[in-house]
Design a protein around this ligand. Structure first.
Ligand code: GRF
Length: 212
């Protein structure tokens, strides 16, 4: 039985997609804790309703980023997780934190990395006149929104798209690919090759294309 800890900041729809797939597909895994730095993160209510163990570590109570990250790491370590899943966790993590969990720390970012690291990815893709947009699941390294790519989803940018419409199209793909990436990791199907490339051991497609 593998152990997952999830970190969320907001509505937690990616957390829900993973927890739902885990239950429906009967993965040999459990979510030991859902942790948020925001006491009112919407996803906490859903997690509690599912009977998941939730923890709030309010970042506003800490003097600096290092102190918060140390407390967060100590809490996560209590569950000795095989994988820490960042599911819409909107905080910059210190190098010490990332190094501590390196190789078992996964994130989803709503762009086709390495394009558009950081915030406002969909608006930036629209402003740049991109014809495709998407999202990336990657292992976390100390550089923000960077690290070995596990799976990517591409969606078309359609005439008349605004930020909300494009975000919704991308999010639907996120909900398919993040559970897939987590399942692969827990089943030990991912190999990290030199140069930081991630290969699926059995050659499963590490991409998703949402046709219009
Ligand atoms: C997602 O678009 C994710 O890619 C990004 O933040 C959003 C979080 O959504 N990191 P949710 O909290 O999972 O619903």
């Amino acid at each position: 039985m593998k152990t997952i800890v999830m970190l969320i900041s907001g509505r937690g729809s990616n957390m829900q997609a993973i927890a739902t797939a885990l239950a429906a597909e009967r993965w040999p895994a459990r979510i030991a804790a859902v942790i948020s730095h925001r006491p009112h993160a919407g996803g906490l209510d859903w997690a509690r309703e599912q009977g998941l163990h939730t923890v709030v570590i309010d970042h506003t109570g800490f003097a600096n980023r290092e102190a918060f990250d140390a407390a967060l790491a100590a809490e996560i370590d209590r569950y000795d997780p095989d994988l820490v899943v960042l599911a819409g966790f909107m905080r910059i993590l210190t190098e010490g934190f990332v190094r501590h969990f390196e190789g078992r720390l996964m994130n989803i970012h709503p762009s086709l990395l390495p394009a558009f690291a950081g915030l406002h990815t969909h608006q930036r893709a629209l402003d740049a006149g991109c014809k495709v947009a998407g999202a990336t699941v990657h292992f976390v390294t100390p550089t923000l929104d960077h690290g070995p790519v596990v799976i990517q989803a591409a969606v078309p940018v359609l005439p008349g798209d605004d930020e909300a419409r494009l975000a919704a199209r991308v999010l639907a793909c996120e909900h398919v690919m993040y559970p897939r990436a987590v399942r692969w990791f827990l089943a030990d199907e991912l190999r990290l090759e030199p140069e930081g490339r991630v290969r699926h051991q059995h050659g499963e497609p590490q991409w998703l294309w949402a046709a219009p």
